[in-house]
Design a protein around this ligand. Structure first.
Ligand code: ZN
Length: 111
């Protein structure tokens, strides 16, 4: 018996597989098995990141509305990994001099 994930939309346990896609009979949601799995956050080198990690910015980053950019090599402590609202920026953190920022895991290295 296949161990299918619960529906990510309504949490139903009665999900069934229809070949490559999973279907929820309760809300009609169709999804891929990967969608229901817990997100793994990796830095640019493929190291897994977790909440509270320290990362190092690997390239200069322009900041909207700021006169200076975040410099390559900037250390960012105590990151928080989030579900990206825009599909890209998945690190919530505070950077000295900039305040609360959203970064991409693809531009940082584990510190
Ligand atoms: Zn559902």
């Amino acid at each position: 018996m296949e161990n299918l994930p619960n529906c990510p939309q309504c949490g139903s346990e009665y999900v069934y597989s229809d070949g490559s896609i999973l279907n929820c009979p309760e809300c009609g949601h169709e999804f891929q098995a990967e969608d229901a799995q817990e997100r793994v956050y990796k830095d640019m080198n493929g190291n897994v990141l977790v909440d509270g990690d320290t990362v190092i910015v690997a390239q200069d980053l322009k900041v909207k509305g700021a006169s200076s950019s975040i410099k390559k090599g900037t250390k960012v402590k105590n990151i928080k990994l989030v579900e990206p609202e825009d599909g890209v920026h998945d690190i919530s953190c505070k950077i000295p001099g900039f305040g609360s920022m959203m970064l991409k895991t693809s531009v940082v290295k584990k510190g």
